[in-house]
Design a protein around this ligand. Sequence first.
Ligand code: HSE
Length: 441
Amino acid sequence: MPEAVGVGLVGFGTIGTGVVKVLLRNAEVIEQRLGFPLRLLRIADLDTETDRGVDLGNVRFDSDADGLIEDPEIGIVIELIGGYGVARDLTLRSIERGKHVVTANKALLAVHGREIFDAARKQGVDVAFEASVGGGIPILRSMREGLSANRIQSLHGIVNGTTNYVLTEMEETGEAFEPVLKRAQDLGYAEADPSFDVDGIDAAHKLTLLAAMAFGAELAFEDIPTEGIRGLTPLDFEAAEEFGYRIKMLAIAKLREDEGRERIEARVHPTMIPSKDLLARVDGAMNAVAVTGDAVGPTLFYGAGAGEMPTASAVVADVMEVAREIHRGSAGRVAPLSYVPDALQQKPMVPLGELVARCYLALSVRDQPGVLGEIASILGEHQVSIESMIQKARDHAAGAVPIVVLTHPAPEAAVRSALARVDALPAVVAPTRLIRIEEEL
Ligand code: HSE
């Protein structure tokens, strides 16, 4: 039988604990599938006191991450410490020492991916990161392998479980954002500092990786237009239902070809989607990614996007794949982002202003004659055509009435110019909320 592959784990938190459980609990099936065993040899974490509830047997556990990456018995380092700083340093030093790296760290790869993948290529080692997008869903492997014959046309992902949980709860209970977020934190769905999730940063990190996989496009994460869910109100969910939509936080990327020029449309924002669409039925903390390829047509991947065991499932699958490559002698030759490095390019992005979409607008106005007419005139002057305009019940406390407007498809630049004028009207008491509508998923 081929030799066992030695594995070291840095970061023994929730996901790390899941990884240890899967490696120990499923050792037999893992060996049956690989034809050789994986040996978890060492774990490093600054916290060596907390009882993780797993029997580590002979596995060495201490705080010596440096010793772990120097250990000649270890072929694969699993990085689960998260963040950009220490994780980057540890990953690059592991690669320098000739170790293969498995990580769940999307923030690290979205920001420092080029540096890390280049270093790995020079050293002839693998960097695997299935767990970084969609938790337990094998979406990256599916794009790299199962869909690799396609020109990918579009992808729409619910890739952040925290925001999907909050949106589902707001819709079901009619409550405002803050109490629902608080409940999500109490239940452990949302972090104490929820900004990466609710402001869309986590989803934008994941979209950076998905866009590279889908289109060979190197997008700078900070160039992706990103809006979070903090501004949504119960009225938006009520109106969405009346119009036949649900609100989902989507990461969207599309290949746009205009007059032979290839550009990438990428954005992260709360989106109204038809309630009959399969993505609209993805509730709670679940994730789903819809990918359309020119040959395969529409596909949909669904599953748990976070959590100890689903994420561990993806991490250990990566460890198995890398271990297989080590035994085949082909490690370091798999294109991690699904395109060979020379084919990965910085492709131009479509500016948001060029986006043509139907829009939902939520205005807050003083209840006085002529206001609706003024708003309709301004929208008309900017060629934004109104499909529906509804005045909701008067909000006495605010001394204002909510008006919701559904537009026909219009360029975002035109809608924004019109809204700048609308919001400057004396009768408009708060900035208008705009939610983009996505009909074709
Ligand atoms: N914070 C992420 C989410 C999980 O809420 O989906 C890790 O990617």
